[in-house]
Design a protein around this ligand. Structure first.
Ligand code: AMP
Length: 189
């Protein structure tokens, strides 16, 4: 497994965060999640958190300008030099272009883009369960449906951006966490 600059893409509830966490720890590289960073900003009550809170709670995307800024700042930290697993960024074609430009400038382009897939009905069910366990502010049914729609309308189009090259692999993520982890390993080997 040699790729160390890896992007995980997929709809809400597909297990991106969990798999990104496991993959990053196996490879000894950071998981970089704009969702985690934004939730931390909301919890800290910072100006950024104030701007992001309502958007997150209603399932809308935070502006490209804001997330590109926080993602680039994180990617420029020393621990990301050896690689990273991106989770939830980029999420629009404009973010993908900004990321590509940034990484090209550093001479470290993305090496793999793994697209996790599962049927939407299954994902909605998973998220409703997660709502009961974790109590995330955006895991209620109306917001879940909106996040699915936002994924279809704004995020799915960015796959065309990466499919032009040879870095994309699709992973059937309608299975257990361990099985999906195995499939990811296979796709990376
Ligand atoms: P996540 O944890 O990745 O599902 O993100 C939770 C929420 O944070 C999303 O529904 C958005 O409101 C916001 N968010 C996270 N990452 C991004 C991004 N790359 N672009 C825009 N909004 C984002």
């Amino acid at each position: 497994m040699s790729a160390r600059r890896i992007l995980l893409v997929g709809p809400p509830g597909v297990g991106k965060g969990t798999q990104a966490e496991r993959l990053a720890s196996r490879l000894g590289i950071p998981k970089i999640s704009t969702g985690d960073m934004l939730r931390a900003a909301v919890a800290a009550g910072s100006a950024l958190g104030e701007r992001a809170r309502e958007l997150i709670e209603s399932g809308e995307l935070v502006s490209d300008e804001i997330v590109i800024g926080i993602a680039q700042a994180r990617l420029s930290e020393p621990d990301a030099r050896l690689g990273f697993v991106l989770d939830g960024f980029p999420r629009t074609p404009a973010q993908a272009e900004a990321l590509d430009g940034y990484l090209a400038g550093a001479g470290t382009p993305l090496e793999r883009c793994l697209v996790l897939e599962a049927p939407e009905a299954e994902l909605v069910e998973r998220l409703l369960k997660r709502a009961q366990i974790e109590g995330r502010a955006d895991d209620n049914e109306a917001t879940i449906r909106r996040r699915m729609q936002v994924y279809r309308d704004q995020t799915a189009p960015l796959l065309a951006h990466y499919r032009g090259g040879s870095i994309v692999a699709e992973i059937d993520a309608d299975s257990t966490i361990d099985e999906v982890e195995k499939r990811i390993d296979e796709a990376l080997s």
